[in-house]
Design a protein. Structure first.
Ligand code: FES
Ligand code: FES
Lengths: 153, 776
């Protein structure tokens, strides 16, 4: 069994399958960009993309990513390490304070923009309404996503 | 003029980045406590918490848990080698209770094991016998039994009783406000790593490095120099990690000490919400006298806080409530009484605003009642009563550079207040169940720790021979960008670009005895200390630069006329012949000039006499105001925010983008507190809403359609480093405008002639209830 994690093929062992996906990513693959904000699927801090759809990794098992493409925040930057335009937009818009919600926010926004190159502000709100941020008050997050949309067209 | 009063904007090459760690955050590369690679052999700790708010502990049997394979230690009060005491200002809080539990969620035993799963299983095997006792949960119960943390405090000015007797109108009432869960996204966490000898390094998610160090040493029977506390950043804190992080760090330290292995303790979200203290609920009573024009002449208020199970910061929080009981208004005759009640809830603690929001809410209610009594617009009453330049507060500090009349004026203009009032009236006339209302709240917020000695800070700065800088300061980065601002200050002082500076983690070995990063003072105090350190370096570099200019370019210039800017040093008359900073530094090094500096800063002139209730507790005040346009559905009780307007005086902001982010985030947090964030417990004192599914914090759907923030930037004498002002807390109070907007909407049912009896927070149930009552 295999999965593609940030574009790299990874062989999954039988006894990996029952493991919690968030723990697997963080503790075994060292991909600590996904955060545990609640562990019960209610905050979005653990969001990763599975086949380009946002998924709460705290509520998934490794079995759920068999044969799938998984994108974590570590896989979004360009090969040369430079930031993806969406990441740059978050940084430029001041859409970050403590940064704990940021990886989940960015990935959720990335999934939205992959599917919808010209989202309205209402659509942006809907797409990230399940991602909690206690710091920013969200305004700059919407600005960042809106300004990055052009890079997806 | 002192340095504090210089209002020179830091000249920084290029646009300041909004967040030094921004690039790391968006790349998922920034590390929080539990993101660091795990040290070899690390154990995981889990806690057994008391299910009872108050119970006698009859026995604790840990044998079965200890025998479980993979368990390294099971610890209770019997295992504390030093003092079983983690109280700080007042020593009244045990690490583990030994005879009686004081709140539901209090840790009674800890298991350290090879995995979290084993630790959790072992926790389930600990057998504790309790005898349940009757808990005290409410302010009313505590007052009746005289359960106070200290004798009541008082601040008095003028003759209240006489002024009440003489007033044209007298009103009285009671006002309650609710608690609030911090809901920092990163839950409480600490990793304890043993070193050689007695050393332990605590990677603690705390706002208070020195406190954790001191108390962990006390609990372990070690010295402060055995313990190192290191904090790179926090995933939000909002006060919830100022005092309340200490217990988890001490527990991890204890497990580490006992097992001599690294230990990680991280609370699950449910544990964090169920076990940790929150914003203090308040119940207050007041009497107010005013003239027929609406000028407040007498105000007697009793502020009662629900402090929870231990003193924690309750007395300081109560003090700040009392010092903000006047908010933005001049009151010639005032009597402010404060009480902090001991109850069996988790110890309530610091939360952005630190008691000020609760104290301010009461007088804002009074302003509204004055307006309703006289049939005036509440905004006019607020403007009428606002401090004018130099008028004194009830505690005797003059309000210098008072500017609320002007700020309220700007707010009216920005929101087109008169037109908006007309539109709202029109809307309400044509809608039966949907109603709209406008709420306005001005805020005056005093900056400084009211415990005067805490107003000090240090910074440690090294310039390396390649011209880069390592900067340590006592502040903890938690998203408020204190690192960015402090680096900006040092960069400006040395005339170098920000990318030469690395801001290090907050570490007790580099910066000892640091005050908590709190009270909106982080950038003021640590920025001033960093400026002091950078200034020393600059002074030592100046003679070297003067000599180099002479040798290299034949320029004769006195040291004090040198310009440090853009990574170069030059004679301003010959800007084309500079010395590069890196070259200067290297030259200084080979000439054996000290390139390391320790800067220290103590806020001048702040003092407060608690017994007399008089003094000058604040270095300066922050001023601003907010307006919220709200809509309520009287059938469902749901409300929403349509527009928010804020006018906030930032003085000479170090970084306007950061300040804007603080204002926006704080407003939304305050709006949540005032309207739908509801802390509820059952009859046994157990918190009921302990997940994000049941306790609602604002989501992106709660953002107003129009969210307009005007930052009034101008030089102010009363300000801090480079003329800037603290920003973190005051804007939270703007959120109360939403509550007043909802109240105003409901009162449209009675033509704004009588007041709605609306609870705080203005939840849907509260709205429906208030509307029904008003309809009679
Ligand atoms: S950690 Fe997965 S949704 Fe909160
Ligand atoms: S930036 Fe702190 S939670 Fe979003």
């Amino acid at each position: 069994m295999i999965a593609y994690i940030n574009g790299r093929k990874r062989v999954l062992a039988e006894d990996d399958l029952g493991k919690n996906l968030l723990s697997f990513l963080r503790d075994e693959l060292g991909l600590t960009g996904a955060k545990n904000g609640c562990g019960i699927g209610a905050c979005g801090a653990c969001t990763v993309l599975v086949n380009n759809r946002p998924v709460r990794s705290c509520r998934k098992a490794v079995a759920d990513i068999v044969d799938a493409n998984v994108l974590t925040i570590e896989g979004l930057a360009r090969e040369d390490g430079s930031l993806h335009p969406l990441q740059q937009a978050f940084a430029d818009a001041g859409a970050i304070q403590c940064g704990f919600c940021t990886p989940g926010m960015v990935l959720t926004a990335h999934a939205l923009l992959l599917a919808n190159h010209e989202p309205t502000r209402a659509e942006i709100r809907r797409a990230i309404s399940g991602n909690l941020c206690r710091c920013t008050g969200y305004q700059q997050i919407i600005d960042a996503i809106e300004s990055a949309a052009k890079f997806y067209r | 003029m002192t340095k504090d009063h210089q209002t020179v904007k830091p000249a920084i090459a290029g646009a300041p980045p909004q967040h030094l760690s921004g690039g790391l955050h968006v790349a998922g590369q920034s590390r929080f406590v539990v993101d660091e690679p795990r040290p070899a052999g690390m154990l995981f700790a889990k806690l057994l918490a008391s299910p009872y708010a108050r119970a006698r502990i009859i026995s604790i049997d840990t044998a079965k848990a200890a025998a479980l394979p993979g368990v390294a230690a099971v610890l209770t009060h019997r295992d504390v080698p030093g003092a079983n005491q983690i109280g700080h200002a007042v020593r009244d809080e045990p690490l583990f209770p030994s005879d009686e539990t004081a709140f539901a969620g209090q840790p009674v035993a800890l298991v350290a094991a090879e995995s979290e799963a084993i630790a959790a299983a072992a926790v389930g095997m600990i057998a504790v016998k309790y005898q349940e006792l009757e808990p005290v949960l409410t302010i009313a119960q505590a007052l009746k039994q005289d359960l106070l943390y200290a004798p009541e405090r008082r601040i008095e000015r003028g003759d209240v009783d006489q002024a009440l007797a003489k007033a044209d109108h007298v009103i009285e009432g009671t006002v309650a406000s609710g608690g609030q869960e911090h809901f920092y996204l990163e839950t409480q966490a600490c990793r304890a790593v043993p070193g050689e000898d007695n050393e332990i390094v605590l990677y603690s998610a705390t706002q208070s490095t020195a406190e954790v160090q001191e108390i962990a040493a006390r609990v372990l029977g070690l010295s402060s120099n055995d313990i190192t506390v290191d904090v790179r950043r926090l995933g939000g804190a909002f006060g919830g990690k100022e005092r309340a992080a200490t217990i988890w760090a001490c527990l991890a330290a204890l497990a580490c000490r006992k097992t001599r292995r690294p230990v990680e303790l991280r609370l699950e979200r449910i544990e964090d919400m169920a076990w940790t203290g929150k914003r203090h609920p308040y119940e207050s009573t007041y009497q107010a006298g005013f003239t027929r024009d609406g000028k407040l002449t007498a105000y007697a208020v009793e502020l009662n806080a629900n402090g929870g199970a231990y003193t924690d910061l309750s007395m300081a929080i109560l003090e700040r409530s009392m010092l903000h009981a006047d908010n933005a208004y001049h009151i010639p005759n005032a009597r402010i009484v404060g009480r902090a009640c001991r109850t069996n809830l988790p110890p309530n603690t610091a939360f952005r605003g630190f008691g000020a929001p609760q104290g301010i809410f009461v007088i804002e209610r009074v302003m509204e009642r004055i307006a309703r009594t006289l049939g005036k617009d509440p905004l006019d009453v607020r403007t009428l009563n606002a401090y004018r330049e130099g008028e004194a507060t009830p505690y005797g500090q003059p309000v210098d550079e008072a500017c609320h009349p002007e700020l309220l004026d700007r707010l009216q203009r920005n929101a087109q207040y008169d037109r908006l009032r007309g539109e709202v009236a029109g809307f309400n006339a044509s809608h039966r169940t949907l109603k709209r209302g406008i709420g306005v709240v001005p805020v005056k917020f005093g900056i400084s720790f009211t415990t005067a000695f805490l107003n000090q800070a240090s910074a440690l700065l090294w310039v390396y021979t390649d011209g880069t800088v390592s900067l340590s300061h006592g502040g903890v980065e938690m998203g408020q960008e204190v690192n960015t601002k402090v680096a900006q200050v040092a960069a400006a002082e040395l005339g170098i670009s920000l990318d030469r500076i690395r801001v290090e983690s907050a570490n007790t070995k580099r910066v000892g005895n640091a005050s908590p990063t709190a009270a909106s003072t982080g950038s003021d105090l640590n920025g001033s200390a960093a400026r002091e350190a950078a200034g020393q370096i600059r002074q030592r570099l100046a003679p070297v630069a003067a000599r180099l200019l002479k040798e290299k370019h034949g320029i004769k210039v006195s040291e004090d006329r040198l310009a440090f800017a853009n990574d170069r040093i030059c004679d301003p008359r010959h800007p084309d012949k500079p010395i590069p900073f890196a070259e200067l530094v290297h030259e200084a090094y080979v000439n054996r000039v000290d390139l390391g500096a320790h800067g220290f800063y103590a806020t001048p002139g702040v003092h407060f006499d608690r017994a007399a209730g008089q003094g000058r507790p604040f270095h300066y005040f922050v001023f601003g105001c907010a307006l919220a346009l709200m809509e309520v559905d009287l059938v469902s009780g749901n409300s929403r925010i349509i527009d928010a307007h804020i006018v906030h005086e930032t003085a000479s902001s170090l970084n306007p983008e950061i300040d804007q982010g603080q204002i926006a985030g704080a407003f939304i947090q305050g709006y949540g507190w005032a309207t739908f964030e509801e802390v509820v417990h059952d009859a046994k004192g157990r918190y009921l809403a302990v997940t994000p599914s049941t306790y609602k914090i604002p989501t992106i759907r709660d953002l107003p359609e129009t969210f307009a923030i005007e930052m009034v930037e101008r030089p102010r004498k009363c300000s801090s480093v480079f003329g800037s002002k603290g920003i973190g807390e005051p804007p939270l109070i703007y959120g109360e405008a939403a509550w007043f907007g909802i109240k105003d909407a409901i009162e449209s049912l009675a033509d704004h002639k009588s007041e709605a009896d609306l609870a705080f927070p203005a939840t849907p149930e509260a709205v429906v209830l208030a509307a029904e009552k008003l309809k009679g």
